[in-house]
Design a protein. Structure first.
Length: 367
């Protein structure tokens, strides 16, 4: 069988998780799995929402609209854009990854720039789409070099995966203004942001002022539903949207109707809004405590937060994968998230701080 080799690799982070679980099984020791990229403080409580869903309905049993259910797109418009965009600019996708993969395929650019500390999946999805990946050192670099991104798109991820650093929104808009002045396409991929904000956050409305911005979003992080595989793409460019719609249709023939109805209920009913509010409140409270503990114990790698605030859900600690593993803490070496050679990546790891604070304290007391 002849095959096309994309050069993309299977996730190495998945392998770390499998190895740690294997070791835990063998040794009987309890591990704290901070290698994972999910909110583990609490699950969103869906008990009041599930009874609202009619499983014996055509809406749930038949093919949904290939761009996403109109009711969900209307709810997304209200929640993220205060109703100021058109449902026609919103496309429901199978999570942020699916949105990104289709955006990469659809854009006619040679290169996509990511932060020098970046989510490794970008590399693989870009390889599959036949795009080159280049790096900008940090947001200051974007500001000084905004004229140099010819035939390229730029991804902005804030708060960052892997550092959990949040830049000032003012600075982000300065960058958007500069890149907008060159008509450089910006892929706004910030799925961690809405964990920390509710719909009073006006950032997405302001993004509507930029015709060069494509938003990829996810419900995996902000409301903890990574298992449902649901997110969306927003863009105002009709030509781009036409091509995206076709690719979305022929990649999956629509997104799971249950996931769409579930998220629509969470975004638009009082019970759903309360469940999302409680989830975010409890999650952020423990994340904040956990980061404070790391700071107090001088384990937070402060050098990565000189121009941003560590908010989570990840942070970089000044301990290696092995040092953490000796204390039964799972992590991912920083070398998985950067190609920079001015950092001694072996000394640092990315950990997820979105776990119950008592567990976190119990394990980090070992330092
Ligand atoms: C920066 C970033 N973007 C997008 C995603 C996509 O998430 P999902 O495909 O679960 O929606 C993730 C997931 O880890 C991420 O870290």
């Amino acid at each position: 069988m002849k095959i096309i080799k994309s050069g993309a690799k299977f996730s190495a982070i998945v392998k770390i998780g499998e190895d740690l679980r294997e070791e835990s099984k063998k040794t009987g020791k309890e591990f704290l799995y901070l290698n994972r990229g999910i909110n583990q403080v609490v699950n969103i409580d869906l008990s009041k929402i599930i009874p609202m869903i009619d499983f014996n309905s055509s809406a749930l049993q038949y093919y949904p609209h290939s761009k996403g259910m109109p009711a969900l797109r209307a709810a997304i418009n209200k929640e993220f854009f205060a109703g100021k965009t058109s449902g026609d600019n919103i496309f429901v996708t199978a999570g942020g990854m699916n949105a990104l993969a289709l955006v990469f395929q659809t854009l006619a650019v040679e290169t996509v720039y990511t932060h020098s500390l970046y989510w490794g999946a970008y590399t693989n999805a870009l390889k599959i789409a036949g795009k080159k990946q280049e790096f900008y050192a940090d947001f200051n670099f974007l500001k000084s070099n905004y004229k140099t991104f010819d035939n390229a798109a730029v991804i902005i991820c804030d708060p960052s995966n892997p550092s959990g650093s949040k830049a000032d929104d003012k600075e982000l808009f300065e960058i958007l203004d500069l890149l907008g002045s060159q008509n450089t396409t910006v892929i706004w991929d910030s799925p961690y942001r809405r964990l920390f904000f509710d719909n009073t956050d006006s950032l997405y409305q302001k993004l509507l002022g930029y015709g060069n911005v494509i938003i990829t979003e996810s419900f995996s992080k902000s409301i903890g539903l990574s298992g449902q595989r649901i997110g969306f793409m927003h863009c105002k460019n009709t030509g781009f949207n036409e091509e995206f719609a076709v690719r979305l249709l022929y990649s999956g023939n629509g997104i799971n109707a249950f996931a769409q109805i579930l998220v629509e209920k969470i975004l638009s009913t009082p019970e759903g809004k309360k469940a999302a509010y409680d989830f975010k409140k409890k999650t952020v409270a423990d994340i904040t405590e956990n980061i404070k503990l790391l700071k107090d114990k001088k384990l937070l790698a402060e050098e990565f937060y000189e121009s941003g605030t560590p908010v989570g859900i990840f942070v970089i600690v000044n301990k290696s994968f092995d040092e953490l593993k000796e204390r039964n803490i799972g992590s991912v070496p920083l070398s998985y998230f950067t190609k920079r050679n001015d950092i001694d990546t072996e000394k640092y790891s990315r950990i997820c701080v979105s776990v119950p604070k008592d567990d976190f304290k119990r394990f980090f007391e070992r330092f």
